[in-house]
Write a protein that binds this ligand. Structure first.
Ligand SMILES: Nc1nc2c(ncn2[C@@H]2O[C@H](COP(=O)(O)OP(=O)(O)OP(=O)(O)O)[C@@H](O)[C@H]2O)c(=O)[nH]1
Ligand SMILES: [Mg+2]
Length: 391
């Protein structure tokens, strides 16, 4: 009799444990964000922070001023180098002196930054910890260790007047207009901040929300962010997308509710920054193929974001999709081309797996609000299913 009641009590406690586990799993959702470099993963996190975090108050945006300066300095650097390479003459006397003064103070950082993260053996300057930053409720604390100090980009402030005059030099404008010939290509953030220069130079300038969304700052290592929405905790893991960083992804595959996979649509006519022999879209397809079939993610649903629709639409006006997919015979409209790209990704998935596909423009706040709400609903559904509750 006693034996029976003990067994009953044990069974009750096991049931209770199972129920508690189920409730805990239902309350914590783990999202892993994967995709190539510059596909928009961190920008999506910024949008989550706007929708469900602290919304980037002014004090936080002020801290990002140096990142704006960094993007601006990279843009100026590329224009100086390309102006010289193309043999363009400056229209103002002082431009030549400015160019050499500026390059001394701010050597080309974007590519140095990427290269040092890409080839640690060749003069590595980074130590990349496994998890180098933790973000609680949308407030990021970066613990990345950099042995080689970056140029002090806050000092760009001292150059703003001269940068403005340099930017208005006819030679510099001529170089900028010749964007097709610029090598390496100016990225969107560099073009954007160069074009916003007069606003950035105004006294008391604070980056706007749109500026924050546009800043380009590659993720180094792995960043974890926690958001609490309607009593549910979302742990969102943002990884670095550069090729040599991807072997770290596997450490985060366990216990994932869903994978969000980002693809830069404009990558169909661009090569990887870290490996110029690889087409970015083809690389995305191959990477997607690897992770979607990975044994640790067999039962994990994927949400696919075909991002940068704005740039894709722009590029299609002068470059056909067939440069990436020679067998494509459809028309050049963005919709037809997106249908085709979607199909190419869907073909890679195992039959039993569900892939939810979204076309996105991660810097578009309005569009992303709706998209995030829709995606949250999908994720809640997946989570309920995983937790064993009836849908
Ligand atoms: N025009 C345009 N720019 C975008 C879009 N999405 C992201 N960007 C910009 O692309 C750049 C790269 O975006 P990130 O979110 O940093 O890319 P990532 O995938 O986190 O890159 P890594 O951290 O290097 O792996 C940033 O300057 C963004 O502002 C988009 O839809 N359209
Ligand atoms: Mg990132």
């Amino acid at each position: 009799m006693l034996k029976n009641s003990k067994a009953l009590a044990r069974s009750k406690s096991i049931d209770q444990q199972i129920e508690e586990d189920r409730e805990r799993r239902q309350r914590e959702i783990q999202l892993l964000i994967l995709g190539g470099a510059s596909s928009g993963k961190s920008t999506f996190i910024k949008q989550l922070r706007l929708r469900h975090g602290d919304g980037y108050p002014e004090v936080e945006r002020k801290r990002l001023l140096t990142d704006v300066y960094e993007n601006l300095a990279d843009g100026i650097n590329i224009l100086i180098d390309n102006g010289r390479r193309m043999g363009i003459e400056y229209s103002q006397h002082e431009s030549e002196t400015f160019a050499s003064d500026f390059k001394k103070e701010f050597p080309r950082w974007r590519h140095y930054h990427l290269a040092s993260a890409t080839s640690p053996s060749e003069g590595a300057t980074f130590t990349i910890p496994e998890t180098d930053a933790i973000t609680i409720s949308g407030c990021s604390q970066d613990h990345a260790i950099q042995k080689q100090p970056a140029p002090d980009f806050s000092k760009v402030a001292r150059f703003l007047d001269r940068i403005q005059r340099f930017w208005h030099d006819e030679g510099v404008q001529k170089c900028f207009r010749n964007s097709e010939a610029i090598e390496p290509r100016l990225v969107y953030a560099e073009c954007y901040f160069l074009q916003q220069l007069s606003r950035i130079c105004e006294p008391g300038y604070v980056p706007t929300i749109q500026d924050v969304l546009v800043i380009r700052k590659p993720t180094i290592g792995v960043k974890e962010h926690i958001f609490v929405v309607s009593n549910l905790q979302y742990r969102v893991i943002d990884v670095a997308g550069q090729k040599n960083q991807r072997k770290k992804w596997i450490h985060f595959f366990e216990g994932v509710t869903a994978v969000m996979f980002f693809v830069a649509l404009n990558g169909y006519c661009e090569n990887l920054e870290e490996d110029s022999s690889l087409n970015s879209m083809q690389d995305s397809l191959a990477t997607f193929d690897d992770v979607v079939k990975n044994q640790f993610l067999v039962k994990t649903d994927f949400i696919l974001f075909l991002n940068k629709k704005d740039l894709f639409t722009e590029y299609l006006k002068h470059t056909k999709l067939s440069v990436c997919f020679p067998e494509y015979t459809g028309d050049d409209s963005p919709d037809s081309c997106i249908d085709y790209v979607t199909e190419r990704f869907q073909q890679r998935k195992p039959a039993e797996k569900e892939i939810y596909c979204h076309v996105a423009c991660a810097i578009d706040r309005q569009l992303m609000k709706t998209l995030i709400d829709n995606v949250m609903q999908i994720i809640i559904g997946i989570n309920l299913r995983l937790a064993g509750a009836p849908l």
